[in-house]
Design a protein around this ligand. Structure first.
Ligand SMILES: Cc1cc2nc3c(=O)[nH]c(=O)nc-3n(C[C@H](O)[C@H](O)[C@H](O)COP(=O)(O)O)c2cc1C
Length: 143
């Protein structure tokens, strides 16, 4: 069974709703899912996963959240993630998605296999947004 790990940070629940919908979409394909808030995640969770989803809203000034997500992503830069199937996702409000473009570049430089552009949704996902998240989860489970 495919082991999928979803690690996310969310203050007001928007990115968390995306994470839950991604998990639902992946579960549909029979994958085993670990949905973990980044504060409870370890590098090993990511390293032993068959496929990974990372979620974080745009914070600071078009940045990853600095207390937990940024250090977690930084800690993985020392590890070998070459070829690891991955998706990125997160909520934003007023920006143009710069944080996600930079995050994608950073992960791509590390050699991960981004299976799609990062999924960004403004504020809380509506029904259509939830559907897109579920579809992305399904895609991750099928890769
Ligand atoms: C301190 C802070 C900084 C933020 N910075 C940005 C930003 O640079 N660009 C943007 O588009 N949204 C920014 N936002 C808006 C959040 O990304 C948005 O509210 C998002 O839906 C929060 O997701 P969450 O519910 O998962 O925490 C910021 C919000 C806060 C509280």
């Amino acid at each position: 069974m495919k082991n999928i790990v979803i690690v996310y940070w969310s203050a007001t629940g928007n990115t968390e709703s995306m994470a839950i919908a991604i998990a639902e979409g992946a579960k549909k394909e029979g994958a085993s899912i670990s949905l973990i808030e980044v504060g409870n995640a370890s590098k090993e969770d990511v390293l032993r996963a068959d496929a990974v989803a990372f979620g974080c809203p745009s914070m600071g000034s078009e940045e990853l959240e600095e207390e937990e997500m940024e250090p977690f992503i930084e800690s993985l830069e020392m590890e070998n993630l070459k070829g690891k199937p991955m998706i990125l996702f997160g909520s934003y409000d007023w920006g143009d998605g710069q944080w996600m473009r930079e995050w994608m570049d950073r992960m791509t430089k590390q050699g991960v296999l981004l299976i799609e552009d990062g999924l960004t949704i403004q504020n809380a996902p509506d029904e259509e947004g939830i559907k897109r998240c579920r579809e992305l989860g399904t895609k991750l489970a099928l890769i």
